[in-house]
Every structure is written in C-alpha cells, then in structure tokens.
Design a protein around this ligand. Sequence first.
Ligand code: GCB
Length: 618
Amino acid sequence: MNPRLAGLGAILLLAAALMRPVPLPAAGAAPEPALGPPAGLLANIEHRSTVSLNGTWHVIVDPYDNGYYDYRHQPRADGFFRNATPKDKRDLVEYDFAKSDTLTVPGDWNSQKKELFYYEGTVWYQRSFTYRKPAGRRVFLGVGAANYLSRLYVNGAPVCEHEGGFTAFNCEVTSLVRDGENVVVIYVNNQRRRDAVPTDMTDWWNYGGLTRDVELVDVPAVFLEDYFLQLRRGSAATIEGWVTMSGGSAPVTVRIPELKVEQRIQTDAAGSGSIRIEAPGLERWSPEHPRLYEVELEAGGEIVRDHIGFRTVEVRGRDILVNGSPVFLRGICLHEEAPLRSGRGWSEQDATTLLGWVQELNANFARLAHYPHNRNMARVADRTGLFLWSEIPVYWTIDWENPATLANAKRQLAEMIRRDKNRASVILWSVGNETPLTPARLSFMTALVNAAHELDPSRPVTAALETHYAEPNTKIIDDPLGKVLDVLGCNEYVGWYERTPEDADAITWKTVYDKPLVMSEFGGDARAGLHGGTDERWTEEYQENLYRHQFEMLNKIDVLRGTSPWILMDFRSPRRVLPGIQDNYNRKGLVSDTGVRKKAFFALRDFYRARLAGQPPR
Ligand code: GCB
C-alpha cells in the first residue's frame, strides 16, 4: 500500500469523524444553535438504496429572513422550519407552505420565476413525502448542491447546516424520519458575502436554490461509507486503495467480476482498511479507450456497485503522463450553465449535450470552471472518454486573511475530492482562478495545494494563474504559487482585454518553472450571427481571427501541454450589460446560449484535428 494512500485514508477518516452530526434536540425545544455539520459524505450515493425527493416543492420567498430571525435578530424557535398550521381559530401563524407557490427541484429559482431572476436572499423549500422506514437501517438526507447556505429540517427538527453552493453533502435523519407522512424543510440563502467562497464578485450568475438532486438514502447500521480505488502509480495492473466503514468495523469484499479478482479485507477498529489487488489483464482507461469496470464492494450485508476506470496520472518534468505516456490536453472551459435553456445545468442530459459539444471539437479535455460541477459530468466523461479539470470557487479576490474563509475553502476542496476521487476522467484538481500576488494569498493558496496533495496523492494539483509582461513582447509566468503546483494553469486575454489579436504573433512566453503549462483561458466575445470585419469587436469574424492568432502564439510555447480556451457556451453574467450584444451574457462562448456554433468553434475544431493527427497544431 502506498503510504500516502494510507495517509489519505487516515485523513478522510479524521475528517469524517469531525463531521459527525451533533445530537439533535427534540422538536419543540429551542432549535438554535443545534444545526450541526453534515455527516461524512457517502461515496457513490447514486448507486445505493435511495428515494428521490426531486419534484415539486412549496416555497416561501423570505428576503428579510423573517422565517429564521425574530425582530431582535435572534434565531426563532418558531421559524418556518416548524411547518406550523394554526391549532385553532385564534392561533396566529403568518405563513402557510401548503398555499405557497412552488418550484421544481433540482433547479435554480432565477430561471424558474421571472420575479426571482435577480433575487439574492432566502427561499424556504418544503415538501412532504410518504416513507416506509426500513427496519434496522440508517437513513441520510442527501443534497447534491444548495447555493449557497442551507439549513435542513425534518419533521420540524433541525438536522444540519451546510455552506458552499457546489458540493454535495448528506446528513443523518435516522431518528427523525418515521413511517407514513414526513415533511422536509430546507432553508437556502444565496446572499453574496465578502468572506464567502466564492466571494461577492464573480463573472457568473448567482443561481440560487436546490440546484441538484435531493434524495434519501438508507444503509445498514454498519455500512461502507467511503472508498478509493485506483491504479498504483507506475503500475499497469496493481489496484490500490482503501475503504472506510461507518458505525463500526466489518469485513469488506472487493470484487471486479470481469477481471475475476476478489479481495476480502478486515477493517480495523476505526472501520478502515487498505486494498491491494493484482489484476492481470486489466485494460487501462483513456479517452481513446474509456474502459470502465463494474466494481462490487460488499460490506454490512449489502453490495455497493460502481463503475471505475483505472489509469495513472503523473507529472514528469514538463510532461503530463497518463498511463505512462505524455498527453496533450485539447480542451475547452465550461460553466455549469444549462444548454439550450437558461439556468443551472444539473441533469445527465445536460452533461451529455455539453460534453458532446466538447467532443465535437476533437477535444479530449474539459476544464470545469469555476466550481465543482454536478456528479453527472464526471460520470459522463468517464463513459465517453474525456479528461477533466475540477476546481473550487476560490476566484479573484477572496478574503485571504480570514481563517474562516480558508477553513471554508478547505472544506469545499475536501468535499469536491471526496465525491469524485474515483472518477478516472478527473485528472487535475484546481485550487483557484486568477488570484492576486500578495503574501496573504500565497499562504492561503499554498495551504490549499498542500491539502489537495494530502487528500489525494494520486492526482496533480493546478490553479489558473495570471501573467505579466517581462519585456514588451515577452510574457512571463513567475507567480510564486507555481513553485508548489504540479501543473501550471495560465489565463491570458491577448487580443481582447489587452492589445490586438495580431499582436499575439510577436509575443513569446517564458516561465521560471520547468513544469507543464496548460493555457487555461484565452478568447473574446462574439454575438452569434453578428458579422463584420476581423477588426470589428463582437463579431464572429473578430473572435475567429483572435483564435487563429492565438494558435500561432501557442504553437511556439515549448512547455505547453494543453489548452482550454474560454469558453464552450455563452453564459449568464450580471457583469455583462451591453444592450443588444451581451444582454447579461458573457459572449465568449464558441456556441451561443441557444446552441448556435460560431465561426471560432470550427477554427478550434480544426486546430485540434491537426493536433490529433500529430501535425504541428495550427
Ligand atoms: C477570466 C475569468 C473568467 C471570466 C473571463 C472573462 O479571466 O477567469 O471567469 O469570465 O475571464 O470573460 O472575462
């Protein structure tokens, strides 16, 4: 067993232990401050025994947080989470979920109701469900994402609180759910805050709400909570990893039927155990051959099934090696913006459409900007064969000196890694985007890089850096953060925010690091259907010309090992207000928000085709 993997197991166990729910007071007692943190995240929740709570929820829009605080700004014992109804004719209850409006879950509220388009504040979600409580089993309420701050209540009792709008969490509700009718109330608040992650200024729409699946999952009293399985670095057939049980220790059997291998391990007193399986004949996963194996993990009287691809990824000198061979990442960035309709994307269909467009570009890589995307993205990428870069929303100017902000960023990093660590498609964890060169930021970001390495020693860590001119025509990458990164990401906007597209021809690049570079952003805006000269901003011709000059420049960078221009599809941003052109959309997409491919789409497709054919990319 790789000792660093053993370290990962220990860290995740510790994190899981720290994240146990606190004991809950009975309904009727003062509810605050009883909202504990979530439980440890159950790996692969989607393939366990679940009951979906997706669908129609009643909602109360509460801009003054009146359902949470009293008029002295104290948390109310009789908040909306009680889901109260008047006991008699005299009783005063000033809300009524049953008569309130509804929203569909999953889904952001902004794109569902015109009056909520710009709304940033609190919305209370409520729904009832009939449940048959499975005997002897533990029950968890799982939320794929709630942007940004959420508080969960079941049958009037507090369950847990979660901060962060793009990561999954689950909370134990075993003692709160009952046979028959149950009610779940979820408070969701998407107010932007200076000290939050992300902070109050971004270039994307702050879609609020229960934006991903909500489900109940039931597991045995002693159950397999988490596991990690991957090829040992440098090996073609040795699978290593670990498992952690919750609620006690129990034997775990790991099986890969197609490879006819099986290992039974006894977990230790803390419920953890390590795995090492020799699997001769294993076919490794790659974009050209996205081979997945059904893996069975049997523990606590049930079998958890997953589909896992096995591959190695490492950095050697200036190269990114996958399965020991150097790769060039032919990529594109994308937001989690729903294709062909507006709003946050969340479904498998959304993932299939977006990643289908990525593959149409002859790409093998997508940078999921600027936060962890929904679980379908990595699943679809695993199946269809795409490398992914997955990022936390440490974006622009975070509150670098605030220890709570760092703790929050670390939590989101751990949640991102915990959910997707078994996905072969994910080859890079990114700890942030375009952060400024200050000492406070350097120590904040370094702490994140170290945390990512500890949590997952199997993958390289990157970040999208900024660059500057060392000489009039020489750009240099010398951000001190580069020292601790495995792969350098770099964003540049030659031809859009600086200089002209043609100026790119004369620009050369230098880096003080002998490491692989991914040009993680470049591009410019074009309104689909707007035509004109190559010197006319906002036209498709301008954007296409910009891409062509970028290709010239990029071809000369010797450490370049990948490109992910900005961006696959136009996306909503309140910063983009130019009437008739932007209309609240960032128009740097190669595809419009209605699915129209712009000229630059085809230019990039040809550039990647040449790269694929092994010709010097043009
Ligand atoms: C950037 C950011 C990205 C923006 C983009 C733009 O550098 O990383 O989030 O949307 O530029 O269009 O300005």
